[in-house]
Ligand binder design. Structure first.
Ligand SMILES: [Zn+2]
Length: 451
C-alpha cells in the first residue's frame, strides 16, 4: 500500500500549506513523511510567536493558542495540537469524508481557529445547516497550519493558488526564502510584505516575480492559470475576494514581463496609475498603491489598447509585436484581422509621408464617429488613386470582415490600432515635422479665410 501523505487537492489553503512544507524541507509533496512534518513544527511555532508574526495570526487563526490571550503556555499548547495532528495522519486512501482531499476521514471538525473562513464553533448562526466547522482530515488540517509562510501581506492577505505544480513550487520557494532571511537576520517582519497596500497591484507584482524567476519552466505553453484569494479571517469581519487570472492573460504577461519588452510594458502600466502627479514622483512607493486601470481592465476583461498609444508624443509603446500578442492572446482577435489592420496602417503611413500630408494624420486621430472615419478613409482612397497607387487601400472583404466587422461597435478599436501602427512607422518622421500642431492650426485658419 502506498505511504504517500500528500497529493494535489485543489483546496487553495491545503495546497498552499503542502507547498510551504515542501519549501521548508526541500522535498516534493509525494515525498513528505511524518518525520519531515515533525522536524519543522518547533521552528514554525517559535516563528509564529515572534511579535510581527503573532500579529498576522489574528487575521489567519483567531483564537488558536498563539492568539488566544487566555492561553499561557502558547508554544507547548500549539505544539501539542500539531503533534497530535501528525500522529493521526494516515496515508492517502481511496475515499474519505475530508472535504479537501476526499481520501481520508475527518476525525475532528475544524473551526476558524484552525482553517480560515470556516465555522466559529458555538457561534453557528451564519453557516449552512448551523455547522460549527468544516470536515478536514488531520493531514489537510495540519498542512493549513503552514500557510502563513507563503501568504503575501497587502493590508489583508493574498493566497496564491494555481493548477500548476511548477508555479506552486516557484512561489513557495520564493516566500520561504523570505522567511529564511528573517530567521537568519533575526529581523522578524511577519508574512511576506513588500509594502503593497493595493491587492490588485500586488497580485500583478507576484505574477511578475513568478515569471521572472530563472527557472522559466515552460510556463507559457502549458496554459496555466492562477487564482488569488484575498482574505482576512479576522474575528470581527472575515472577508474574501477572489481574482482569477486566466491562461490567456497569464500568457500575455509572460511576453510583457520578458526582458525585451519589460521596459515598454512598465511604461504602459505606469500610464494606468490614477491620481499620480508624475512631475513630483521620485520613487515607486509614491504610486505603487494607487489604483491602476491597466491592471483593473486585465482583471475584468476590458481593453487596454488605448494605453499602448502615447498620443502626446505620437508614439506606439512596445511596438506591434507586443500589442499583437495582447490582441491575439487576450482579446482573442483573429490573425487575419490583426494582419489587415497592420497592412492598412502601413499603407496609410506611406500615403501620409509620401504626400507630406500631416493634416490627414490629424484627421485620423480626431475623427469622432464611425461615419466621419469611413468618409475620411474614402477620401484617402480617392487621393491615393489620383496619386497613381497600384493597389487599393483595402478590399471590400477586408472592410466588411476585418476592419469594421461589427461596424459602429468596434470602429474605435480599429481607429486606435491603425493610429498605433502609423505612429510606430512614422514616429521619426512626425517628430521631424515638429508634431506640427501649430502649423495645422495655421493652415486651417488659412483655409477658413479662403472660403
Ligand atoms: Zn484531507
Amino acid at each position: 500500500m502506498s505511504e504517500v501523505i500528500y497529493d494535489f487537492t485543489g483546496n487553495p489553503f491545503v495546497d498552499a500549506g503542502i507547498w510551504a512544507i515542501c519549501g521548508l524541507v526541500k522535498k516534493k509533496p509525494d515525498e513528505l513523511d511524518k518525520n519531515d512534518l515533525k522536524s519543522v513544527l518547533s521552528d514554525v511555532v517559535q516563528l509564529y510567536l515572534t511579535k510581527k508574526w503573532s500579529k498576522n495570526m489574528y487575521s489567519i487563526f483567531p483564537n488558536n493558542p498563539v492568539t488566544n490571550p487566555s492561553v499561557k503556555n502558547k508554544e507547548e499548547r500549539y505544539l501539542k495540537i500539531l503533534n497530535q495532528l501528525v500522529d493521526e495522519i494516515t496515508p492517502l486512501g481511496n475515499s474519505g469524508s475530508c472535504i479537501s482531499c476526499g481520501r481520508r476521514n475527518m476525525l475532528q471538525r475544524s473551526g476558524k481557529d484552525r482553517i480560515p473562513l470556516t465555522g466559529s464553533k458555538r457561534m453557528v448562526n451564519y453557516f449552512s445547516f448551523g455547522a460549527d466547522g468544516a470536515d478536514y482530515c488531520p493531514a489537510c488540517a495540519l498542512a493549513v497550519q503552514f500557510t502563513p509562510l507563503v501568504f503575501y501581506a497587502c493590508v489583508n492577505l493574498l493566497l496564491v493558488h494555481s493548477n500548476s505544480e511548477k508555479i506552486m513550487k516557484i512561489w513557495s520557494q520564493k516566500a520561504i526564502k523570505n522567511v529564511r532571511k528573517q530567521i537568519s537576520s533575526g529581523n522578524y517582519t511577519g508574512c511576506f510584505d513588500e509594502g503593497y497596500k493595493n491587492q490588485k497591484n500586488a497580485l500583478f507584482h507576484i505574477i511578475e516575480l513568478i515569471q521572472k524567476l530563472k527557472e522559466r519552466p515552460d510556463l507559457k505553453k502549458n496554459n496555466l492559470s492562477i487564482n488569488f484569494y484575498y482574505f482576512t479571517n479576522y474575528i470581527q469581519n472575515p472577508d474574501l475576494e477572489i481574482y482569477h487570472i486566466p491562461a490567456p492573460v497569464f500568457n500575455f504577461l509572460y511576453d510583457a514581463n520578458d526582458i525585451g519588452n519589460y521596459e515598454n510594458w512598465m511604461r504602459i502600466v505606469r500610464k494606468g496609475y490614477r491620481y499620480v502627479n508624475w512631475e513630483k514622483v521620485k520613487e515607486e512607493n509614491e504610486y505603487k498603491n494607487n489604483p491602476n486601470t491597466v491592471y483593473d481592465n486585465l482583471l475584468i476583461g476590458k481593453s487596454i489598447i488605448g494605453f499602448f498609444i502615447d498620443r502626446k508624443n505620437k508614439e506606439a509603446i512596445g511596438g506591434w509585436d507586443l500589442l499583437g500578442h495582447y490582441l491575439e492572446e487576450v482579446r482573442n482577435m483573429d490573425e487575419k484581422r490583426i494582419e489587415t489592420i497592420k497592412k492598412v496602417g502601413d499603407e496609410l503611413a506611406e500615403y501620409i509621408k509620401d504626400s507630406d500630408d500631416i493634416k490627414t494624420l490629424k484627421k485620423l486621430e480626431t475623427a469622432n464617429n464611425y461615419r466621419n472615419y469611413r468618409n475620411l478613409l474614402r477620401i484617402i482612397i480617392k487621393k491615393r488613386i489620383e496619386n497613381g497607387a497600384e493597389n487599393p487601400l483595402f478590399s471590400f472583404d477586408d472592410y466588411v470582415n476585418h476592419l469594421f466587422p461589427e461596424g459602429n461597435l468596434t470602429w474605435r478599436e480599429t481607429q486606435d490600432l491603425i493610429l498605433f501602427r502609423i505612429y510606430e512607422v512614422l514616429h521619426d518622421w512626425i517628430i521631424q515635422q515638429g508634431i506640427s500642431e501649430k502649423l495645422i492650426i495655421e493652415e486651417e485658419e488659412e483655409e477658413a479665410e479662403n472660403v
